[in-house]
Design a protein around this ligand. Sequence first.
Ligand code: P5A
Length: 443
Amino acid sequence: MRLSRYFLPVLKENPAEAQIVSHRLMLRAGMIKQSAAGIYSWLPLGLKVLKNIETIVHEEQAKAGHLAMLMPTIQSADLWRESGRYDDYGEEMLRIKDRHGRDMLFTPTAEELITDIVRGHVTSYKDMPLTMYQIQWKFRDERRPRFGVMRGREFYMKDGYNFDLTKEDAMHAYNRHLVSYLRTYERMGLQAIPMRADSGPIGGDDTHEFLVLAETGESEVFYDSAVTDLTFGDRDINYDDKAQCQSIMEEFTTKYARTDETHDEALFAEVPQVRRKVARGIEVGQIFYFGTKYSEAMGATVQDGDGKQVLVHMGSHGIGVSRLVGAIIEASHDDKGIIWPEGVTPFHCGIVNLKQGFAEADAACEDLYHQLTKAGLEPLYDDRNERAGGKFATMDLIGLPWRLTVGPRGLKNGVVELTCRKTGESEELTPQAAIAKVISQYN
Ligand code: P5A
């Protein structure tokens, strides 16, 4: 992409309405624009990051054997009356009437709709286990939408639902989600700690939230600092292996880690004092096992191996896809701007031409651009007729992990400059060596 043809409405000043750094930087980097309280347009740069996050989520869900599907955003109130949540959900639910006066709503979550789909078709234990998920817009009329996409009213969520014959099978689905989520967040450069939480309007007793530690997080969390030493890394996972998933779940959830909703002072006191931490965190996902809550209310039964009709065991599992964009920025930025982890960056490498219009520099930049593109990477070439300082500031603000700087002086010596956004370190390399280094970062 050439910057001269891109839509990147960067702001020089800090927007007054933005209280936290991710919100400020998303506005300043031209990623989003507010359209109403808690409702945003995703501009080209923001959308790219959102889509990259979405892709990682899809890839990890596919590995776990979960099936992607898509449900509508507007639902009929009737299903929600069946489960009893039409009244329970309260003011967070955006209620709509269609032209016939029928009650509709904008989906805040989709347990009812998916149960309705499944109850017509899944009739035997042989049809299970089954987990389906979607990545779809949700609406919750939050009392205090704030912090940009972190607490929006409209937000993008991955929501998955498992259908199993027994509690044991459903707990395997729970563990499978926990494992796949750990992998998902690590690929985005995040450490998200599973913490025992409260289930709220979704229901059930077994639930973990995934929290990214950050001062600006909305949740107060209490944990044994030993949990922060756990990393998932490059493990070989067989998602059908119940024992393996269970043991990873135990490894990551046995040490004390709870949100304030379930915090237990007496249990916390058993953690050695130096390891007892109280901090704040951003909730980037949550998994639930709620048994037969919806299958009972909505009559979702299957025939088991003995020919008996039994209620289906269910859970649901969410990832805050749009919130993650903000969470990643909270975890990775400096005073110049965003520092994208390589896994989600909107462009792989920036190219800054220090002397636009100078034939040799233009040709060298074009060559870098084509070589990177040919290697399957997406560079962002700042080909505008701007001062070097302005170009650097823009690149630092939008946070691409690598920047190639090309100018007449370097070219005379046969080199370009390669700069790492994270460390700020630069080195002079031949264009060929610089390209090889950038490519190697993404393999
Ligand atoms: C699980 C999937 C659910 O809704 N039903 C289907 C279950 N869980 S949840 O915890 O309520 O939401 C899942 C994740 O969505 C993100 N999230 C939000 N993101 C931005 N703005 C909001 N207002 C908002 N509300 C929830 C969170 O990351 C949450 O973990």
